[in-house]
Design a protein around this ligand. Structure first.
Ligand code: SF4
Ligand code: SF4
Length: 343
């Protein structure tokens, strides 16, 4: 089992390197897409604006068409997000379809429904990355995504998962104990997982600078990250001090967010722009958005889009004026390349 896991890890790294190289020189194609197969979630985190408690899964045939279209646009990584994707009855078939196109398949889940059988079934389907966000040590009224509840799931993942697992912990917003992020990250490292740190907006949609304790936790995470290969993002330093970032958001071009209705949006926090049906999304749309400035960029915390942007930040200045988009909505914004946004 250990050798098999190592082999899969090596293949994964090779696949990621090949994908990044293939998209480095071809800016006309997307690198990463988030795909939502259902909006319903089995939890109701207080800060979250990305779930409901009633919607039905998107039918499998429709999901196949969306995966195929993303492949036709040249997308290289698809991360399935939600809501809670483990509630989708055909999740493994969707992952197989992604892999059948040679794309990298990632998943964001709260892991409440993750059993050893489900992990084995995700192994077989070809899942390559899983991201789990853990918000606190003990569940409270803000979030039930707690180490206390999820630790046994993490142990199962350590035993059975052949895919990469990243544990995201969070600070800012309504999280009561910033030190919890460190406890979560240390446990993740102990289990052999990678870790990352997300920053949450405050409850009014504006970014609140981190307080002294939160900044200390962020610094400690950075030191831990050196040992665990965690990706602590430079842009977070500015945000945590309330300073803007200068960068070129390539949402709608190099990064796509496809909602449960099959519409392409900039990201989870800018749903409604440009809101074009994926099946009609064209190379002209990709090109236009590549060169469109995004007014919300300076205080944006969407980590996966920042990461994608690093491929192109050094070239192709954006010359198309932004349409009026509001500030990012209050929400959790962790994530990373291949293990994006939230859950
Ligand atoms: S919120 Fe961030 S990722 Fe989304 S469109 Fe604005 S700048 Fe881009
Ligand atoms: S953050 Fe994730 S787990 Fe929590 S309500 Fe939103 S979708 Fe569900």
């Amino acid at each position: 089992m250990r050798i098999r896991k190592k082999l899969k890890q090596a293949l994964r790294h090779f696949h990621v390197t090949r994908v990044l190289l293939s998209r480095l020189f071809f800016t006309q194609y997307p690198l990463l897409a988030h795909l939502i197969p259902m909006r319903r979630c089995n939890l109701s985190c207080a800060y979250c604006n990305e779930y409901d408690n009633f919607s039905q899964p998107v039918p499998l045939e429709e999901m196949y068409k969306r995966v195929d279209k993303l492949a036709a646009l040249g997308t290289k990584i698809i991360t399935i997000s939600g809501g809670e994707p483990l509630l989708h009855p055909n999740l493994e078939l969707i992952i197989r379809r992604i892999r059948s196109h040679g794309m990298i398949a990632g998943l964001i889940s709260n892991c409440y429904l993750m059993t050893p059988e489900r992990i084995r079934s995700l192994n077989k389907a070809g899942l390559e990355f899983l991201q789990v966000s853990i918000d606190n040590v003990i569940p409270d009224e803000v979030s039930k995504k707690s180490l206390k509840v999820l630790d046994s799931k993490l142990v199962n993942l350590q035993r059975h998962a052949e895919f990469g697992v990243n544990i995201n912990s969070v600070i800012g917003g309504g999280i009561a104990n910033p030190e919890d992020a460190l406890v979560v990250a240390r446990r993740a490292v102990e289990l052999g997982f990678t870790t990352s740190l997300g920053v949450i907006h405050d409850g009014h949609g504006t970014l609140k600078p981190l307080n002294e304790l939160e900044q200390r936790v962020q610094h400690a995470m950075r030191l831990l990250g050196k040992k665990s290969y965690a990706r602590i993002h430079k842009f977070q330093d500015n945000l945590s001090q309330g300073k803007p970032n200068e960068w070129r958001c390539r949402a709608g071009a190099r990064y796509l967010y496809v909602c449960e209705e099959g519409l392409v949006h900039y990201c989870s926090q800018q749903r409604g722009y440009p809101a074009i049906p994926l099946q009609q999304y064209s190379f002209e749309d990709l090109r236009r958005e590549y060169f469109t400035k995004k007014a919300c960029a300076p205080f944006c915390t969407v980590a996966c889009v920042h990461q994608v942007a690093t491929l192109d930040n050094w070239r192709d200045p954006q010359h198309i004026d932004p349409i009026a988009v509001p500030s990012p909505q209050p929400s959790l914004q962790p994530g990373g390349m291949g293990e994006p946004a939230r859950a």
